[in-house]
Design a protein around this ligand. Structure first.
Ligand SMILES: [Cu+2]
Length: 160
């Protein structure tokens, strides 16, 4: 499983994630690129926070789990309108079709950090471990660091 070792080497450093994701096409063996990972700061007393990112898989894969050392638990969530109210609920998986950018963003799919171990402040780095499964059943773990910043950060990706 050389490609997993290569992948881990590339993504272990959060600082390198953006660089590696931008050149994902150059890494034919790299199954999933992650970029623009960020998380919201927590308000005083708040124990949950959303984390967001863009994922692109070279081949069809499925994001099946997420963990974070910064929270007791992390879940994959989706958000949708339900009777005029935005509600979120856990999902078991997020499909990553080949060569398609899947955005985890406020108002839609996201990672939910539950029972954060300490408040998340702007500039903090939140470690995330994403478990990705390929159609043959093989699982690999992708480590990323999400930068804590206020919603709307990352001006180049601001929409509406
Ligand atoms: Cu949520």
């Amino acid at each position: 499983m050389n490609f997993i070792r290569n992948l881990r080497a590339v993504v272990l450093s959060g600082a390198l994630v953006v660089v590696s994701a931008l050149s994902v096409a150059a890494f034919a063996a790299e199954p999933v690129g992650v970029k623009n990972a960020w998380a919201r700061p927590t308000a005083p007393g708040q124990k949950t926070a959303g984390a967001y990112m863009e994922l692109e898989s070279a081949a069809a894969a499925v994001l099946v789990a997420v963990e974070s050392a910064a929270a007791a638990k992390a879940e994959l969530h989706t958000m949708s309108m339900d009777g005029g109210v935005m509600r979120m609920r856990p999902v078991q998986k997020i499909d990553l079709p080949a060569k398609k950018t899947i955005k985890l963003a406020p108002g839609g799919l996201h990672v939910m950090l539950i029972d954060v171990k300490r408040p998340l402040k702007e500039g903090d780095k939140v470690p995330l471990a994403l478990t990705v499964q390929t159609p043959d059943g093989a699982k690999s773990t992708i480590k990323v660091e999400a930068e804590v910043r206020a919603a709307g950060g990352g001006a180049e990706h601001r929409h509406h």
